[in-house]
Design a protein around this ligand. Structure first.
Ligand code: NAP
Length: 294
């Protein structure tokens, strides 16, 4: 495959030799996505922080795609996000597909989140996607096209309690991707937005406070199918699972009766009034005019 040969992305049987970057591939959805692209014969470059996990994944990918490789680093840093794209092009001569999947959860009371944590969530979950996309665009333009698939969350459509920062980062990703649909028209570069509901991955174990969600968690392979479908059919946006009754109901209630949706979401994990009292007491004692300042 030369560095400008065109690949027919409308049929996964013809994806062999395509170059794919997957962020957040050391576990969960990203890992499954990388394996699936490797099975199609794509050259996969995977990124995340845990290098041991990436090494093990690349070993697996090489069963189908011997030149697959990894780059370990922190996607909350712009220099690493840009380096990832440069390394893909230097190693493989081209970049066809960019899957922005890395994310850190943030499930915490707004009173307990400090501004540094908030900024970090935005950097990892949103800015990394912006940085990689900006770095990838010239290479995709040179190639005559490409695919950017951004993995968002259904939590950006109906924000559950304690998910404010996480949802904000995903809403930014949604707006960025929707803008790309307009701005990239005619370039050959296609942007897709994938909005997963609850999936069985290790992200649930990383939450600052336990989630009260007790419903079904789906297998990550469904998100992989969705990503593949977005590429083959050049879809703009897809919620996954597509016909999940709870997600469908939530979307309609959010649209038609936002007040009801808000109450329903709040009931999932009722807010603790003691947390408000504690935050108020901290504010009173720390701000000018409070007891400690006299
Ligand atoms: N699972 C769900 O229910 C669900 C629902 C909606 C949306 N999603 C979205 O699906 C995507 C994948 O999540 P998942 O469920 O598969 O969770 P996961 O298993 O926790 O995977 C998250 C990935 O992001 C990487 N990552 C986190 N912080 C990073 C950083 N600073 N730099 C580089 N990589 C970083 C992690 O690797 P390292 O820790 O090794 O860096 C890991 O590979 C995320 O965008 C998530 O928001 C998931």
């Amino acid at each position: 495959m030369s560095d400008t040969d065109r690949i027919d992305w409308r049929n996964r049987e013809h994806w062999k030799g395509g170059v794919v970057v997957v962020t957040g591939a050391s576990s969960g959805i990203g890992r499954e996505t990388a394996l699936a692209f490797a099975r199609q014969g794509c050259l996969v470059l995977v990124a995340a922080r845990r290098e041991d996990r990436l090494r093990e994944l690349v070993e697996r990918c090489r069963e189908w795609s011997p030149d697959s490789s990894h780059l370990a680093g922190d996607l909350g840093r712009r220099d690493f996000a840009e380096q990832l794209i440069e390394v893909a092009v230097r190693r493989y001569g081209r970049l066809d597909v960019l899957v922005n999947n890395a994310a850190t959860p943030c499930h915490e009371s707004i009173y307990e989140i400090d501004v540094d944590t908030a900024e970090r969530v935005m950097r990892v979950n949103f800015f990394s996607c912006l940085w990689t996309t900006f770095a990838a665009m010239p290479h995709m333009l040179r190639l005559g096209g490409g695919h950017v698939v951004n993995v968002s969350s259904f939590a950006s459509r109906l924000v559950p309690p304690y998910e404010t920062l996480y949802a904000a980062s995903k809403c930014a990703m949604n707006g960025f991707t929707e803008g790309l649909w307009n701005d990239l028209a005619g370039s050959g570069i296609h942007a897709s937005l994938v909005l997963p509901g609850p999936f069985e991955t290790e992200i649930w174990g990383k939450l600052q406070r336990p989630s009260r969600y007790a419903g079904r968690r789906h297998p990550p392979s469904l998100v992989v199918d969705c990503i593949f479908e977005c590429i083959e059919k050049r879809l703009h946006e897809r919620v996954v699972p597509r016909r999940d009754p709870m997600l469908t109901l939530a979307r309609w209630v959010r649209l038609l009766a936002p007040g009801l949706a808000r109450k329903g979401a709040a009931r999932m994990d009722p807010f603790d009034p003691e947390a408000l009292e504690a935050a108020r007491a901290r504010a009173l004692s720390s701000l000018p005019g409070g007891p400690e300042s006299s």
